[in-house]
Design a binder for this molecule. Sequence first.
Ligand SMILES: Cc1cc2nc3c(=O)[nH]c(=O)nc-3n(C[C@H](O)[C@H](O)[C@H](O)COP(=O)(O)O)c2cc1C
Length: 418
Amino acid sequence: MKVDNFRLKLGGKEYVPIVVGGMGVNISTTELALAAEKLGGIGHISDAESGFVCDSIFKTSFVSTKRKRYIDCIGNPDKSRVQFDLGEVAEAQKKYIEYTISQKSGNGLIFLNCMEKLTMNNSNETFHVRLNAAMDAGIDGLTLAAGLNLRSLDLIKDNPRFRDVKIGIIISSTRALSIFLKRAVRVERMPDYIIVEGPLAGGHLGFGPDDWHTYDLKTIFLEVLDFLRKENLDIPVIPAGGIFTGTDAAEYLSMGAAGVQVATRFAISREAGLPYQVKQEYIMANEEDIVVNMASTTGYPMRMLTSSPTLRYAIRPNCEGLGYLLENGGKCTYIDAYYAALEVKKPGEQLKVHEKTCLCTGMANYDCWTCGHTTYRLKETTNLLPNGKWQLPRASDVFLDYQFSTDHSIKLPEPEGC
Ligand SMILES: Cc1cc2nc3c(=O)[nH]c(=O)nc-3n(C[C@H](O)[C@H](O)[C@H](O)COP(=O)(O)O)c2cc1C
């Protein structure tokens, strides 16, 4: 039994049923998404901090322009004035997506992972602009993630591509799905696919920080299939979180999954955005180095390596240039934690900010080492080189291993230099 025996059917077309999940900020790069698309699967880019991502790729100056505009707010805990220019948000979004889409060369698709929790100090307006600009730029699909805004469909219903762009949602419970579907019925636009993300995924989790281990993907996935059957709804369901081998994937496909979404194994591929040394840290990690904590300012638990530099951050909030996670009204729990820590700091003492981290800066600097639970198994997927480093597989090595492997075997990449 292998993944290649199955196909993902979307909008009357067939794809290799492997979806590379969105990994912000720019971990699921254009190059990674295109590698999946080229092989007939689906690749995601993420629009988290797209202004910052554009600056890194195109040498634009979205971040420095915004920082200059609000320079007088630096050092002030009140960030209510620090607003994004909606024209600039649209421009960055279009630039990045057009750049990615224009390089498509296969029969697959490129989707955008859109985190609703990227509230950007004006959640509705900025989300409206992000979604519509992405559609205008030609994205094949929008995957609504982290926070699942019930108003998302209303925000795009006047876009000419509303019925043609693929729309998917990420949920972790049947309850969240049924709430979203009630809203979808009202605008007569059902999602084209449903990603069921279990508790072993990377990034933010849709479970509590203390009870995530009491849930399992297979149970939730089967509940969702059952729910859809009872509601007479035929929507492709794509499980995600902890699917480590091609055989794990094929097992879900034979249970009725339309495809699988995977990310952790691709995070260490050459095409992924993490720096080389961070990829080495991921591969070297042991199970006890991987934790779920509440350091993220989004209010959601997040899985990360204990060695993640963000867990030791005590930096001044950087909202003037970034500010992607500011709640409406300019609030962020890191700002509160930072200024509370400043107040109790004694002269000569090092500043320590407990509990929260500056996620905007951490993600932008690749200092927040978020990862899936199976990260400790990455050693099984590649070769240890004579110099003591681990070989980084190509995204196509990982993709093809998922597609063709059997019996839980993992094909190692061709050793370097051969
Ligand atoms: C490094 C990393 C970053 C991630 N970032 C995001 C993100 O920004 N948004 C999101 O919806 N999911 C994110 N995820 C979740 C993945 O898209 C995916 O659904 C999940 O990790 C699949 O499980 P696996 O990693 O066990 O294969 C991330 C996962 C990883 C490993």
